[in-house]
Design a protein around this ligand. Structure first.
Ligand code: ZN
Length: 383
């Protein structure tokens, strides 16, 4: 096998429409394709549905001790406005040294890298490797990686989400997504003093809750270098604080009525250094007029940059690519949190182009795929 196999596999995977959240999308087809590909290479992969309709592919080299769990997702986000694509989003077309299509960067390219390196090295190494491919990362991950994190206890997990081949992600912010609900009293819009305006209640609470971003967070010292790199990459002070974004608001029915109901969904992200419980206590202080409920919550999490697996991967990246590897924190959530919650060192490292995940005309370059392929091989042989 060689790197050309990675290119072909990436293209083939893109051609399968495995979209979430879409009913009857190609999740099963994708899982069977991955299973058959691994079977062809002499493995005994299984497709397991821990939840009906959400197939997870698992293959192992059946050696002990289990050191490495490889993980990737084969679901992709919807294509959005078709007219903004210059070609069929599922063409998998190769033009010069780029492969185009939904999921190229996030993350069928990374999945292909893991499949090929697993197939190449599983028999050569003297430790256990499990390869896993999940169908639901883009919709929360609780039907795939969450279950895998309960089943397996590897020494280290590598997730091939697009960190780009010269960087790895060792930390991520926690989700703190909340719905505020205000109830008021209806009245004629010309006599508002006779009612209670639910929209205004939400407006006041939003202004107050926005102050959550001013709370000083003590990010653990061992992340100093990670935070420095992250600020350089993302160029936003949101990295350091609880970010605050009201994303959806609903309320009122007519201009001449005092609204008696209003709700708003607020997306906040917690840096390491504050727990969701502590954030909730702050929220309780700031929100006066609304009730609140949680939409999605996860704790901020990280793998210490000082663990030996991070060092080994750093060595591989600098040796193979001749660059200083950057370690950063992602502001989004990945399946990495499920493994880190179980205390398993977890590194997100995979090929990809910056800023093209989830966007139109998504692509991945041969160079990124080749880089990640070589680094994965080097890492696996050193482990
Ligand atoms: Zn992804």
């Amino acid at each position: 096998m060689a790197v050309e196999e990675v290119y072909k596999l990436t293209s083939d995977l893109i051609k399968i429409k495995s979209i979430t959240p879409v009913q009857d999308s190609g999740l099963l087809e994708a899982s069977e394709f991955i299973r058959d590909w691994l079977k062809d290479k002499g493995f005994n992969p299984e497709v397991k549905e821990f939840y009906k309709g959400f197939p997870v592919v698992i293959a192992s080299n059946k050696k002990e001790p289990l050191k490495l769990l490889l993980n990737g997702h084969f679901d992709v986000v919807p294509v959005g406005d078709l007219s903004k694509w210059s070609d069929d989003p599922f063409s998998g077309k190769i033009i010069e040294d780029k492969i185009f299509g939904r999921g190229a960067t996030d993350m069928k390219g990374g999945l292909a890298v893991q499949m090929v390196t697993f197939a190449e090295l599983a028999d050569k190494v003297n430790y256990g490797i499990v390869f896993t491919a999940v169908p639901d990362e883009e919709i929360g991950g609780d039907k795939g990686s969450k279950i895998l994190a309960e089943k397996y206890k590897p020494e280290v997990v590598l997730i091939a989400e697009p960190s780009t081949s010269t960087s790895m992600n060792v930390a991520e912010k926690g989700l703190f997504q909340v719905k505020l609900v205000a109830k008021g009293k209806s009245a004629h819009g010309s006599l508002p003093s006779l009612g209670e305006n639910a929209i205004m209640k939400v407006v006041e609470d939003l202004k107050s809750l926005a102050k959550i971003s001013e709370v000083k967070i003590n990010i653990p010292d061992e992340l100093n270098e990670v935070i420095k790199d992250t600020l350089e990459i993302l160029k936003s002070q949101d990295v350091l604080r609880i970010s605050f974004n009201p994303g959806v608001i609903r309320g009122g029915s007519k201009i001449n009525m005092v609204p008696d109901y209003c709700e708003v969904e607020v997306d906040m992200r917690l840096p390491p250094g504050i727990s969701s419980k502590e954030a909730e206590n702050i929220l309780k202080e700031l929100v006066k007029n609304c009730e609140y409920e949680f939409l999605d919550i996860s704790e901020p999490n990280f793998t210490s940059p000082n663990t030996k697996y991070v060092k080994i991967l750093e060595d591989s990246i600098s040796k193979v690519l001749g660059v200083r590897p950057r370690k950063y924190m992602t502001t989004g959530a990945t399946d990495g949190r499920f493994f880190r919650q179980k205390g398993i060192p977890t590194i997100v490292y995979g090929p990809g182009e910056l800023g093209v995940a989830h966007s139109y005309n998504e692509f991945i370059s041969f160079k990124e795929l080749r880089n990640a392929y070589e680094v994965y091989k080097d890492f696996m042989l050193k482990l």
